[in-house]
Design a protein around this ligand. Structure first.
Ligand SMILES: Nc1ncnc2c1ncn2[C@@H]1O[C@H](COP(=O)(O)OP(=O)(O)O)[C@@H](O)[C@H]1O
Ligand SMILES: [Mg+2]
Length: 287
């Protein structure tokens, strides 16, 4: 049984007004439990609207959202269950920190779950550790933190809910390259440790390249769905919907143009490095 199944999902904003906008258009999608699914697409393609249905924040105009085969909107209880089982980190979540201390902010969700104090404490400390926040920071006001620490606090608040499906909308946007890499590693480590499923919305093709499966959205529909290698082999189609290839794929293409015999299917820095080293070892310099 798939973890998530969307059947004919349609979302129309401001229906019946001059501002009517079909953001999601009869979209079908199945996500099995486990792994990291990347969601890419040009601005306005419907990514944020799509993910807002997964934890029942938005109600479909038409179609259904199934969580473990059950309609999320069947009852108040099923809506509540979806809110707890699916954790969504929206874009720039640090603007939603509002408690007096970092600890209280991270504890907000688990408190809503009506857990015991000890269990809340365990979850807060574990979630903080997962995102790399020191214990010393927990008693401070979120206002005193750096931008990166605020982002981590907001993410820890969702991790502390221990969701089965963690959905992140551009979690690394605005972070410097080192902060981006560190946060990404921590999120991947969290997923592995908890055997959870992650759906990651990103503009960053080097992040997309590291997902297990990639979905490409365009105009409210899923245009491509497959392994990153297969998606990035379709460079022209990506360009046509306003997306780019990861930088290593561009570099590999330039090297091939200059006569370096690189194999196809290179789209991560690691693959490019390995391919160049392999040529080097075979016969001195690669060209
Ligand atoms: N609250 C809203 N009211 C009206 N239109 C919206 C609203 N939110 C998004 N839209 C429109 O829906 C479309 C999809 O938006 P969105 O889901 O935010 O795309 P993405 O996250 O891929 O940038 C866009 O055309 C956007 O302008
Ligand atoms: Mg968006």
């Amino acid at each position: 049984m798939p973890l998530i199944e969307l059947r004919g999902l349609t979302h129309v904003y401001s229906q019946g007004t001059p501002f009517e906008k079909t953001a999601i258009d009869r979209l079908d999608l199945t996500v099995e439990a486990g792994g990291v699914v990347g969601l890419i697409g040009h601005t306005g393609s419907g990514k944020s609207t799509l993910i807002s249905h997964l934890n029942a924040l938005l109600k479909p105009t038409e179609g259904t959202v199934l969580l473990d085969g059950e309609d999320v909107f069947a009852s108040k209880a099923s809506i509540r269950a979806a809110r707890f089982r699916v954790g969504v980190v929206f874009q720039y979540p640090e603007y939603q920190l509002f408690e007096e201390t970092v600890y209280a902010d991270i504890a907000y969700g688990p408190k809503n779950l009506k857990l015991e104090k000890d269990e809340i404490d365990r979850r807060v400390r574990q979630a903080a550790a997962f995102v790399g926040l020191d214990d010393a920071v927990l008693d401070r006001s979120p206002l005193e933190l750096s931008g990166g620490q605020k982002r981590r606090t907001a993410i820890a608040g969702v991790l502390a809910m221990e969701p089965e499906l963690l959905v992140l909308d551009e979690p690394t946007a605005g972070l410097d390259p080192a902060g981006r890499e560190d946060l990404l590693e921590k999120l991947f480590a969290w997923r592995r440790a908890r055997q959870a499923t992650v759906l990651l919305v990103t503009h960053d093709m080097s992040i997309a390249a590291r997902c297990d499966r990639l979905l490409v959205m365009s105009q409210g529909r899923i245009l491509m769905d497959g392994a990153p290698a297969d998606i990035f082999a379709r460079g022209d189609e990506l360009t046509a919907v306003g997306l780019d290839l990861p930088a290593p794929a561009h570099i590999a293409a330039l090297l091939r143009q200059r006569g370096v015999a690189l194999p196809p299917g290179i789209y991560t820095a690691a693959q490019l490095t390995d391919a160049i080293l392999a040529l080097w070892r075979k016969g001195g310099a690669p060209c």
